[in-house]
Design a protein around this ligand. Structure first.
Ligand code: GRF
Length: 209
């Protein structure tokens, strides 16, 4: 491949889902790439377990899925996978654990996460799923939303790429709020990846906020 072809090629994205993840953000990102909205291509879905519901979603979309062998050392395996698939970006979508430093070092500044609240509030260890939305309701917040951010070695603390907001209604339950936020997540992840990829290729602007 020549340098010019390399520059015009779509950015290669891997999506790391969670063991219990539905894969809805992964699906949305795949679709936004395929429609041309995001100048990238999801080339692999990585799942900690083959039983993850997101695995069958990825298979139905025709995306290769990788899961570690039971005896694999996860971080070594993931670093090798990043190289084997020549990933430029690793997008976490439902993955709940901290990534080991060697994985972050394999893709510096190119590991991205989505969180279902307006960070820096309502983030940190243990803040996932309905707990986040329950905490937002308990705090009496009038708005919530989602945050796309770069990943560092702490939970939910990396630089924010973008946030999208929605109202919180008085009669909301964690479930109704989660549904409203999830719809925003699907838009936000694609928009953030578009910005990041375009900024890197010089065809867009990106300012951290
Ligand atoms: C999303 O709410 C995301 O913000 C969080 O995990 C959930 C994953 O959902 N990090 P899905 O598997 O993408 O549907």
């Amino acid at each position: 491949m020549t340098g010019t072809q390399e520059l015009s090629a779509k950015a290669r994205i891997g999506v790391l889902v969670g063991s219990h993840g539905r894969g809805s953000n992964m699906r949305a990102l795949v679709e936004k790439c395929r429609s041309g909205h995001v100048p990238g291509e999801v080339v692999v879905v990585i799942a900690p377990r083959s039983s993850a519901p997101a695995v069958s979603v990825a298979q139905s979309l025709g995306i290769p899925v990788e899961t570690p062998a039971p005896d694999a050392e996860f971080s070594r395996w993931l670093v090798d996978l990043i190289a084997a698939y020549r990933l430029r970006w690793l997008c976490l979508a439902g993955y709940m654990r901290l990534l080991p430093p060697e994985v972050l070092a394999a893709l510096p500044g190119h590991v991205v996460n989505i969180h279902p609240a307006l960070l820096p509030k309502f983030g940190g260890k243990g803040m996932w799923g309905m707990r986040v939305h329950q905490a937002v309701l308990d705090a009496g917040e009038k708005e919530s939303g989602c945050t796309v951010h770069l990943v560092d070695e702490r939970y939910d603390e990396g630089p924010i790429i973008l946030q999208k907001r929605c109202p919180v209604f008085e009669n909301d339950t964690p479930e109704t709020l989660a549904e409203r936020v999830l719809a925003l997540e699907h838009e936000a992840y694609a928009e953030a990846m578009k910005r990041l990829i375009e900024a890197e290729s010089g065809s867009g602007t990106f300012t951290e906020r």
